[in-house]
Design a protein around this ligand. Sequence first.
Ligand code: DC
Length: 232
Amino acid sequence: MNIPDIIIAVDGCSSTGKSTYAKLVASHLGFLYLDSGAMYRGVTLYAMENGLIGKDGKIDLPGLEKVIGSLDLHFRREGGATALWMGERCIEKEIRTMAVSSYVSPVSAIPYVRNFVDDKLHAFAAGGRVIMDGRDIGTTVFPDAQLKIFMTADDQVRARRRFDELREKGQNPSFEEVLANLKERDYIDSHRETSPLTQPADAFVLDNTDMTLHEELVWTLGLLQGRFGILC
Ligand code: DC
């Protein structure tokens, strides 16, 4: 397969299946997959573990700003996949809990946190052949990405997927709790001042409410063929 060194930006609301989709496309194309949300989750986990988020959810903004520059968050390749590490500790599992999910949107709305994460993402994506998912990849992080996908799906379907995923991981939230968290995050993510979630004007919309993962891949390969003449 002769694929150019492009960057594919995948944006969309919570639990639209961005990471599952992006991982599959990455493995099919031999690209690196980067999960930008994991970075925001990593910063949130750090803040929680270091007493920078109170029980009331209040964030110690000056305290976090003081330490963020020295926070060692990085992706490591593990086989074909990437995992997030904090120093010498793999934190892939800890960053996916409901507790982290409930604080991550306000943390990711802080401008200096966004700058910190954006710098890391640019460094990791240097050289291209990357597919990255998030909320502002095609609008802010890589506005010149050669291919932009915007994913959507019905709310109830998204909450059901997230609920099943958490159950599979041994967590036990109620469906209503998951749906409420998802709606709250969508609201904060799309209404914050810095880099809100919006659909890039030049993005291709992928509504996967009634699609299988295989259909999503076929749709994407069609897009790559149409845009770049790539047959894969
Ligand atoms: O994709 P996710 O649910 O793991 O993302 C966690 C949070 O991070 C999400 O609520 C919004 C934020 N986020 C963001 O603001 N910008 C990104 N590019 C990716 C995630």
